[in-house]
Design a protein around this ligand. Structure first.
Ligand code: GDP
Length: 330
């Protein structure tokens, strides 16, 4: 019998890679899709167009985290062995503009899901994608699973709530629920308003003469950036372990926005200083400090490891955008 997985946030960067990974491993995959998501142009379009897979082993359902009745029905119908909860507004900058809906989706949405699982006679395993933003301005560097939570933006606060609730439901109701404390993770499928993709896309567009310059916020901001394809393997491994727990998924390495700029522009053979401008519109009211993760627990307990280095990842993303933007036939 194939295992059954349900993914919230299936159309996102991580959801699409995780779907591919689970299908490769013989799973039946159900995905929760918001009515507003366009499937034709989504990251799932190739799987969606593949009639062998779509509606045989991959099923998409319209539901939303703020519509508990529908979500409950989908869970009941799919009867999953594993739920991967990846959905939610995930842009930190945007969370200052729409704090209430960020909390509604990310914090309350996770609680609703936990309540649904609590009521099921056969409880599926749950993976919740938490975020390094729960640490905000940490006292410990690098951070691990025992570091105190000190979020500095609405997104971090919402994720901190969800993170704690997952632990409460695990301890109180015996649910096999895991938190992944996910540091930033990127790929050619990263959303275009995240800084790495914004930079890689712009370097490619400037190279092709489609755009002239790139406006950015704080170039000195640093992040622990990994590869999304490695991080979805971590999600999967967490749910295969004998016991549930929380795991940091990170690289343990810090790089700056300027490092991303330099690598992306070097990849297309341009001098970034001629094209990049600072623009106060992209500055954040508060920046997390020294967010760098120690993934030792995931490495030791789950056998998780990274496969791609940062420079390689940024170069790959830039070349992928060069390919995407190149006029057909050129
Ligand atoms: P985040 O860690 O989830 O906020 O990921 P982002 O990719 O959105 O931002 C990473 C870092 O890049 C943050 O410290 C931003 O302040 C910084 N940054 C600098 N310029 C920009 C920009 O133009 N857009 C975005 N999104 N971030 C920028």
């Amino acid at each position: 019998m194939s295992k059954i997985a349900l993914i919230t946030g299936i159309t996102g960067q991580d959801g699409s890679y995780l779907t591919e990974l689970l299908l490769e491993r013989g799973y039946v995959v159900h995905g929760v899709v918001r009515r507003t998501s366009s499937l034709d142009r989504s990251r799932l379009k190739d799987l969606y167009a593949d009639s062998e897979t779509y509606k045989n082993r991959l099923f998409l359902h319209y539901a939303d985290l703020d519509d508990p009745t529908t979500l409950r029905r989908v869970i009941f119908k799919a009867a999953p062995d594993e739920i991967y909860h990846l959905a939610g507004q995930s842009h930190v900058g945007l969370s200052f503009e729409i704090p209430e809906s960020t909390c509604e989706m990310t914090a309350m949405g996770t609680l609703r899901l936990l309540e649904m699982i609590r009521d099921l006679p056969k409880k599926p395993r749950l993976f919740h994608a938490a975020s390094s933003e729960i640490f905000g301005k940490p006292t410990d560097v690098p951070q691990d699973e025992k570091t105190s939570l000190r979020p500095v933006n609405p997104y971090g606060c919402a994720k901190a709530f969800a993170f704690q609730m997952v632990a409460v439901y695990r301890d109180t109701f015996g649910i096999f629920a895991c938190n992944g404390i996910m540091y930033n993770h990127e790929s050619p499928r990263r959303g275009e308003n995240f800084v790495t993709r914004k930079i890689c896309r712009a370097a490619a567009a400037i190279k092709l003469g489609i755009e002239k310059e790139l406006s950015l916020g704080d170039l000195s901001s640093k992040r622990d950036w990994g590869d999304a394809r490695d991080y979805v393997v971590g999600m999967f491994l967490a749910l295969q372990h004998e016991t549930p727990g929380d795991y940091v998924f990170a690289t343990g390495e810090l790089n700056s926005v300027e490092d991303v700029v330099r690598i992306a522009f070097e990849t297309v053979g341009l001098d970034w200083k001629q094209f990049v401008k600072q623009d106060p519109r992209f500055m954040r009211p508060a920046e997390p400090q020294r967010l760098i993760g120690n993934p030792s627990k995931a490495e030791l307990q789950l056998g998780w490891k990274r496969t791609r280095a940062f420079t390689q990842l940024i170069a790959e993303m830039t070349l992928s955008d060069l390919e995407n933007l190149r006029p057909t036939g050129a």
